[in-house]
Design a binder for this molecule. Structure first.
Ligand SMILES: C[S@@+](CC[C@H](N)C(=O)[O-])C[C@H]1O[C@@H](n2cnc3c(N)ncnc32)[C@H](O)[C@@H]1O
Length: 313
């Protein structure tokens, strides 16, 4: 198999790490370590006693992160896990509370640009799209086994693809002849399922469908809210939680979770006294900060990025 070096431009690196307001002796978690770009920036700001736990569910990412942080041994620990299990990960490391956590959501450029990972509609590869390659369920299973209604749901809900019915129908029709097993085969089929006008201009015709399939294969969205709530609970007072999102679905979940964590009493306004007892857990810091024009110029892939952060009260 061809070797690929781990190449990934860390989006809003300075802004995200500044948002964490690093305490040199603090304990931090990078929940999406990737190639370790953000982790390195954090570890550089740590002093004696400061530590960072670097989590990713992709083995390649952890190897790259480990390499990137060479020279900082004793200050970092890489852990293979879904970030939804961050509570258990920290418990195993005897860490009861933290001073900050970062989530840089979605896929890395390395994952997208390594053809055999099967994330890209630009190069031919088996339909895979798993971030964690020990997981059984792949994009092949989804495309060849989901019924037409399930396919439609995935394409509508996770890709906001208005031509979901046409694409789902075309997939089901095609796989009656033979299984659909390649990324280019699928992207061509999607293109041909769209009305001619929708095939020209704008994004690649398969972009939204590939995003949708990737989100479903990796169950990307289900874990965001519970993880943010767990992390908010684990933060020490003054600790920060920062999230970089790349599309409206991720951003909406993050925004709503932060708003809920930052809000107090939810009793109806005509109640004479509060009976819910809900107190704000955090205050909001960044509410959708976007990359600088310089960063957009250097890395056009960051154009949809938004940074949100909160501080534990
Ligand atoms: C955008 S990249 C992070 C890049 C990293 N911040 C850097 O600077 O190199 C997202 C990473 O998060 C990982 N990831 C996504 N969802 C995850 C989850 N639920 N649990 C653990 N890792 C996840 C992916 O495998 C990918 O490596």
């Amino acid at each position: 198999m061809e070797e690929h070096t781990f190449s990934h431009y860390s989006v809003m690196k300075r802004e995200a790490v500044n948002a964490l307001n690093i305490r040199p002796e603090g304990i931090y978690v990078d929940c999406t370590a990737g190639g370790g770009g953000h982790s390195l920036e954090i570890v550089r700001r740590l002093g004696d006693g400061g530590r960072i736990v670097c989590i990713d569910r992709d083995d390649d990412a952890l190897v790259a992160c480990q390499k990137r942080l060479e020279g900082y041994e004793g200050k970092f620990k890489t852990v293979k896990s879904n970030f939804s299990d961050v509570g258990e990960v920290l418990k195993c490391l005897n860490i009861g509370s933290i001073d900050g956590a970062l989530l840089d959501l979605g896929v890395s450029s390395y994952q997208l640009d390594t053809p055999e990972r099967g994330f890209s509609y630009m190069s031919d590869a088996p339909l895979d799209m798993r971030m964690d390659r020990s997981q059984k369920f792949t994009a092949y299973d989804l495309v060849n086994r989901y019924d037409e209604n399930e396919l439609k749901r995935v394409l509508y809900c996770w890709g906001e693809e208005r031509f979901a019915p046409q694409i789902a129908r075309a997939i089901v029709k095609k796989r009656k002849e033979k299984p659909i097993d390649g990324t280019l085969e699928l992207s061509e089929l999607i293109k041909n399922a769209l009305p001619p006008k929708a095939r020209v201009g704008g994004h690649h015709p398969a972009k939204k469908s590939f995003q949708a399939i990737r989100i479903e294969v990796n169950r990307e969205l289900d874990v965001i809210e519970p993880t943010l709530r767990t992390l908010a609970g684990l933060l020490n007072r003054g600790g920060r939680l920062a999230v970089i999102t790349f599309h409206s679905l991720e951003d909406r979940i993050t925004k709503q979770t932060f708003m809920s964590l930052a809000s107090g009493c939810t009793c109806p306004p005509d109640f004479p006294v509060c009976v819910c007892g809900k107190k704000p857990l955090v205050r909001q810091i960044d509410k959708g900060t976007t990359p600088t024009p310089e960063e957009l110029e250097e890395n056009p892939r960051s154009r949809s990025a938004r940074l949100r952060s909160v501080e534990k009260i």
